[in-house]
Design a protein around this ligand. Sequence first.
Ligand SMILES: [Zn+2]
Length: 185
Amino acid sequence: MKYNEVIKRHLNINKKRTGKKLDFRWITVHNTGNPKSSADNERRWLDNPENTTSTGWHIVVDGKEAIEAVPLDEIAYHAGTGEGNSTSIGIEICDSAGAAAEKQAVELIADLLIRKNWGIDKVRTHKSWSGKICPHLILPRWNQFTKEIEEEIKKQKSLSGADSSSKKEIELFDKSGNLLGKIIL
Ligand SMILES: [Zn+2]
């Protein structure tokens, strides 16, 4: 699951999505803590009138799909601390989908890190912000989970390298070094 495959089903501006800008520096990993709900269920819950909290997240992943509720450049309230919320995006992994959801999350987080040109040190747990036991299913093997992301980064990088190996690619930059585009010959 790459980021461009994530279904964008954004909340309207409300207390879960205030529209405050976020320039995220961390990716915070969560488990939903709900043994039965799918990504779709979790997304629907955010719009349920009975749900009056401001708690939200950016992306939820299950074994089939991923849904983005809040754009990655806006704050969502998921980390339990002001610092966590104002510096990180929250990725929720559905308890219900077990290893399949974790695999999707590993691929997605690797893709996000590659896009940012970041390393695994940018990935952290909800617990690291607020002390909450979250992501409760992954915490006992957090090192293994981050190793899987590192392996996935290598895999995605080598695949994109293989794709372009038979072609010539020229990258165009502006004066400040921003990538303007690529020409493939
Ligand atoms: Zn959490």
